[in-house]
Design a protein around this ligand. Structure first.
Ligand code: DGY
Length: 431
């Protein structure tokens, strides 16, 4: 067999395996991220997973998003988990969150990439009429969710929205949250984690972090999920650069969708939010780390940690002649530090742990988000490196949740939906 034939047959095998993972994780219109570890529908997982479904079943792709929006609250919040059906294998379940909604949901959100996924799905759609109808149906729900972010999470109109829980960042135990989480009084009640029964505990967050994750869940319930009270009383309030970058990109995409569908007023409102956010986001630059960083909104201090979300600037269409060459060289250097990039924490950082969830492992969908930004600004070398590293990981180890950047070993959940979705999306993208 020539190399080319063996490459194309192994890419065909990756495609077939990825499609099978999505089918196996389908629970009748929504996709669980991983059969036992995450047996419900997650917000940003659903967005990425819909993009994967788009590669081989367009009606099913749109259905993924329709199902997620069944969990949307009247105030616009799109929760980070929608508990469509009962399952015992996850903690904290709906009884812990205590949200009076049908279907039950969590009380926090997640990085809002849905509008961007809708725009990408529309661009890819073969069934134009089906896609247009779905996008029109989703548009008011997306607008309501962006209004919720700006109204509830940036009442002072600073340009940066707040997150109240590390789970809201999607990068739960990132070293970036060590300092703001340390001041949260831990929960003292007993509880039984399920994740460490399913996955090696060395690959998951520590108990000290879970005690605080849970204390925040309890606090939000005690405050009746009242956004103003939580804003005033939450001991954890962070301007997460990654979440804000993802929101910024989604707002630009949503404004474009509004224009496309004749909603000029909605587009103008979203443009104004994006214009306010841009200087605030560029102001997150760290001279000492040569990348963008998050900020603790309680102390006002920048969270100077070398974590990969700082490279989402280009995905958010944040270019800046003062920073771009420096950021590019930080990213290139980071990729050189491990054969299977991009490590979620810089391998030279003291907090780096190559196996522990968001403290070092490589995450395929994050690679794709960063690579998408690189491609937009003409950095094809960095884009291709991220794509090729990701494909090598998936072909070598399988469709795991995350990977050791040094050895390429797969960790966390196996047969993971958004990993499969990214494999499919990248296989369909022109080289
Ligand atoms: C988990 O349970 O690990 C999730 O990331 C929380 O959303």
């Amino acid at each position: 067999m020539t190399n080319q034939t063996s490459d194309s047959s192994s890419l065909a095998a990756l495609r077939a395996r990825s499609q099978q993972v999505l089918r196996d994780n389908d629970r009748g219109g929504y996709t669980v991220p991983s059969a036992k570890l995450y047996p419900f529908q997650w917000n940003w997982d659903a967005g990425v997973t819909a993009l994967g479904w788009m590669s081989f079943d367009e009606p099913r792709a749109w259905q993924e998003l329709r199902m997620l929006f069944r969990g949307q609250w009247d105030n616009g919040l799109v929760p980070h988990i929608v508990f469509h059906q009962h399952a015992d294998s996850y903690f904290p379940g709906p009884d812990q969150w205590g949200v009076p909604h049908t279907p039950p949901t969590s009380s926090i959100s997640q990085p809002p990439l849905l509008a961007t996924m809708v725009r990408l799905m529309l661009e890819r759609a073969a069934d134009r009429a089906g896609a247009e109808a779905a996008a029109r149906e989703l548009l008011p729900k997306l607008v309501a969710s962006h209004r919720w972010w700006y109204r509830e999470r940036d009442p002072a109109q600073s340009g940066l929205v707040a997150s109240f829980h590390p789970w809201e960042s999607g990068v739960d135990n990132s070293p970036a949250w060590d300092a703001p989480l340390a001041v949260v009084p831990p929960a003292t009640r007993t509880y039984q984690r399920r994740d460490t029964q399913l996955v090696n505990a060395a690959q998951r967050p520590h108990k000290a972090e879970y005690d605080r994750f849970l204390a925040l869940v309890d606090l939000f319930r005690e405050l009746d999920f009242d956004g103003a009270k939580i804003y005033a009383q939450s001991p954890y309030r962070v301007a997460d650069f990654g979440l804000n970058a993802i929101l910024q990109r989604a707002t630009l995409d949503l404004a474009a969708l509004c224009r496309q569908y004749g909603q000029a007023e909605g587009a103008a409102e979203l443009d104004a939010h994006a214009a306010r956010a841009r200087p605030a986001l560029l102001g997150c630059w760290s001279e000492s780390l040569q990348q963008y960083v998050s900020r603790d909104l309680i102390t006002g201090q920048p969270l100077e940690r070398r974590v990969h979300s700082g490279f989402l600037a280009w995905y958010a269409r944040l270019d800046d002649p003062r920073h771009d060459a420096l950021l590019r060289s930080s990213l290139a250097g980071w990729l050189e530090r491990a054969p299977f990039g991009l490590a979620s924490t810089h391998p030279d950082a003291p907090q780096f742990e190559p196996q522990r969830y968001w403290r070092g492992p490589v995450w395929p969908h994050f690679n794709w988000l960063i690579a998408e930004g690189c491609a937009h600004y003409g950095m094809a070398d960095l884009h291709d490196r991220l794509r090729d590293d990701t494909q090598r990981l998936l072909q070598g180890a399988g469709l795991y949740e995350y990977f050791n950047p040094h050895t390429g070993e797969g960790y966390g959940g196996d047969n993971f939906s958004w990993t499969a979705a990214i494999a499919l999306h990248w296989l369909d993208s022109p080289r």
